[in-house]
Design a protein around this ligand. Structure first.
Ligand code: AMP
Length: 284
C-alpha cells in the first residue's frame, strides 16, 4: 500500500501500480473512495464495492475544512490516522491519499464549485455552504487522483445526488457508484460521529432509523410522513432539523400523490451531535 500526501506522490503511485493512460498495455483502472477518516464498517463496505469495480482502490483521507460551518465540529472531528491505515491495508487498498490542508488549499485560492439551488435546500438549508465545500473537494480529489470510478455512500444521499449532478453538469469523466448504508444490528446507521454519543444519547439516536422504518411501511406520501413524524415526536430529547420525503435526484419534496421512488431523509441533533439518515422507498 502506497501512502501519498501530494500530487507528485499520486503520480508515482499510479505509475508503480500500472494505472491509467501512461502505463503499458493492459493498464489498470482505479476506483476512489473519498473519506474524512475515522474509518468504520461503512467505509469498509465502500472499499469492497470499489474493489469489485476497478483493478486498484485509492482511499482519500482528508477532513475538509471547507465543508464545515464556523459553529460545526471541524476541530473535534475524530482523527484516527494509524487505525485508518490498518483498515485500508486489511482491505487491500493500493493507495491512501492523505493531503494536508495546505496541500489542498494553498494561499490565494479563489475558485470553487457552486452547488446551485440544490445546495441550499434540505441539508443545505441547515448547513449553508456545506455542499459547495463537498463538491469543491470532490472535484479536486477527482483531478488529483484521476479515478475511473468513485464510490460514495447512500448514507449521505443529498451529497451523492449532488455529486451525480456535478459529474453530469461539468462533464467529469468519472463513473459514480452509490453504496448502501451499513447499520448497527439495532438499526443505527454507522457514522464517524457516533463515537460522540453517550450510551443514553445512542438510545435516543435510534429514533432516526426507527422513524425511517415506520415510514417505509407505508405506501402513500402523507402516511409515510405521518408515520415517521410520530416516532420522532415521541422522542423529546431529539432536536429535529428536518424530516422530508423528496425526489431522489433533485431533493425537492414529492407531492401527496407521488408514485415511484422517493427518499425519506431525516436530520436531528442528540445533545451536541448532529446525525443524518435516510431510506429509499417506492410509493404508490
Ligand atoms: P465520511 O468519512 O463520513 O465523509 O464518509 C465517507 C464516505 O463513506 C461517504 O461516501 C459516506 O456516504 C460513506 N459512509 C458514511 N457512513 C456510511 C455508512 N454507514 N454506510 C455506508 N457508507 C457510509
Amino acid at each position: 500500500m502506497i501512502v501519498a500526501d501530494d500530487h507528485a506522490g499520486l503520480v508515482k503511485a499510479r505509475e508503480t501500480l500500472g494505472i491509467g493512460a501512461g502505463a503499458l498495455s493492459g493498464a489498470g483502472t482505479l476506483a476512489l473512495v473519498p473519506t474524512m477518516g475515522a474509518l468504520h464498517e461503512g467505509h469498509r463496505s465502500l472499499v469492497r464495492l470499489a474493489r469489485e469495480r476497478a483493478d486498484q482502490v485509492a482511499v482519500s483521507i482528508f477532513v475538509n475544512p471547507l465543508q464545515f460551518g464556523p459553529a460545526e465540529d471541524f476541530s473535534r472531528y475524530p482523527r484516527t490516522f494509524e487505525a485508518d491505515l490498518e483498515i485500508c491495508r486489511a482491505e487491500g487498498v493500493g493507495i491512501v491519499f492523505a493531503p494536508s490542508a495546505e496541500e489542498m488549499y494553498p494561499p490565494g485560492r479563489q475558485v470553487g464549485v457552486s452547488a446551485g439551488a440544490m445546495g441550499s435546500i434540505v441539508e443545505g438549508e441547515f448547513r449553508p455552504g456545506h455542499l459547495d465545500g463537498v463538491l469543491t473537494v470532490v472535484l479536486k480529489l477527482f483531478n488529483l487522483v484521476r479515478p475511473d470510478v468513485a464510490v460514495f455512500g447512500q448514507k449521505d444521499a443529498q451529497q451523492l445526488a449532488m455529486i451525480r449532478r456535478m459529474v453530469a453538469d461539468l462533464n467529469v469523466p468519472v463513473t459514480v457508484v452509490g453504496a448502501p448504508t451499513v447499520r448497527e444490528p439495532d438499526g443505527l446507521a454507522l457514522s464517524s460521529r457516533n463515537r460522540y454519543l453517550s450510551p443514553r444519547d445512542r438510545q435516543v439516536a435510534l429514533a432516526l432509523s426507527r422513524a425511517l422504518t415506520e415510514g417505509s411501511a407505508e405506501h402513500a406520501a402523507t402516511r409515510v410522513r405521518r408515520a415517521a413524524r410520530a416516532v420522532l415526536d415521541a422522542e423529546p430529547s431529539l432536536a429535529l432539523d428536518y424530516l422530508v420525503l423528496v425526489d431522489p435526484a433533485t431533493f425537492t419534496e414529492v407531492g401527496d400523490d407521488h408514485a415511484g421512488e422517493a427518499i425519506l431523509a431525516v436530520a436531528a441533533r442528540v445533545g451536541s451531535t448532529r446525525l443524518i439518515d435516510n431510506v429509499t422507498l417506492t410509493l404508490g
